[in-house]
Design a binder for this molecule. Structure first.
Ligand SMILES: NC(=O)c1ccc[n+]([C@@H]2O[C@H](COP(=O)([O-])OP(=O)(O)OC[C@H]3O[C@@H](n4cnc5c(N)ncnc54)[C@H](OP(=O)(O)O)[C@@H]3O)[C@@H](O)[C@H]2O)c1
Length: 269
């Protein structure tokens, strides 16, 4: 019997690489995509040898035109289809909206918002036909919190991904595709390369240790939630508490707190 296959974007580092490890340990085949193919290949070789699974490597820049279509064509050309999709690739774009060029904002929107949504749209018909599908959209606790100065579109894109996942999950249930689930995974701060890439590592490291999680429990929470059909999951007790606070706290107070703390994880220069 052919094993199920999970497509993971941004699998060359951090949370995406951990998704690859956990799906491989569950006996799934993998399609790994990101720009750094050397890292993807090393991970694919390691997981194929350890778990006796097949791991395809599809180098692609999600910010380039037609990337989602090319990634899926790469999978189809191997006579495979996607049973699970993890839309994980992402980064923070430092600076204010005013001071960043439009091309950078447009690429950001493509990588973090339209490419994930296009991948969902392209794989859903096949999932519906086969009656099975799992989609995890890696959003963020930032999608709950008030917007702050710097990395302007990050919170709004993550907030949009949460709403999109809720709607998609509800539509799948309503259409009778009961074994197709979509979940927004909303981590808080996670140890990965994310803060190195966006240049906030030094300041972010001054945040209290209780605010940070390692990738494995974050990923485990995402996989368990999507299997349960839960539309949104916030991993970790501290993050759950923060998510609840953003809902019950008066909005001006929430904005004041985020405004005073956000310099530790958002750059406006
Ligand atoms: N770390 C946190 O604190 C945190 C918190 C909440 C949510 N998140 C979210 O979690 C997700 C994963 O982030 P992470 O923490 O694991 O960061 P990471 O360690 O920096 O990994 C980011 C991944 O995204 C890929 N990527 C970036 N730009 C890409 C592009 N243009 N095309 C294709 N792939 C691209 C990178 O691969 P290449 O560079 O090889 O292309 C890398 O594999 C992101 O969506 C992020 O917003 C992170």
């Amino acid at each position: 019997m052919t094993r199920r296959l999970c497509l993971i974007t941004g699998a060359s580092a951090g949370i995406g690489a951990e998704f690859a490890r956990q799906y491989a340990a569950l006996g799934w085949d993998l399609a790994l995509t990101a720009r750094r193919t050397d890292r993807l290949q090393a991970l694919a070789d390691e997981l194929a040898a350890t778990h006796k699974i097949e791991a395809l490597v599809l180098g692609e820049d999600l910010g380039s035109d037609g990337a989602p279509e090319r990634i899926l064509a790469g999978i189809t050309s191997k006579d495979r289809h996607v049973d699970a999709l993890v839309n994980n690739a992402g980064y923070g774009l430092p600076g204010t909206f005013f001071n960043t060029v439009w091309d950078d904002q447009a690429t950001f929107l493509r990588v973090l918002y339209t490419a994930p949504i296009e991948l969902c749209h392209r794989i859903l018909p096949g999932m519906a036909e086969r009656g099975y599908g799992r989609i995890i959209n890696v959003a963020s606790l930032a999608g709950y919190a008030p917007g702050s100065a710097g990395h302007t579109l990050y919170a709004s894109v993550k907030s949009g991904l949460i709403k999109f996942s809720e709607s998609l999950n509800a539509e799948c249930a309503a259409s009778g595709h009961y074994d197709i689930h979509c979940t927004a995974l909303c981590p808080g701060f996670v140890w990965s390369e994310f803060h190195d890439v966006n240049g906030t590592r030094e300041d972010a490291n001054t945040l209290p240790k209780w605010m940070w999680m390692e990738a494995p429990p974050v990923v485990k929470a995402g996989i368990e939630a999507v299997n349960r059909g839960q539309p949104v999951v916030v991993p970790g007790l501290a993050n759950k508490g923060l998510a609840t606070l953003t809902r019950i706290m008066p909005e001006p107070l929430g904005r004041a707190i985020v405004g005073s703390q956000s310099r530790r994880y958002r750059r406006i220069d």
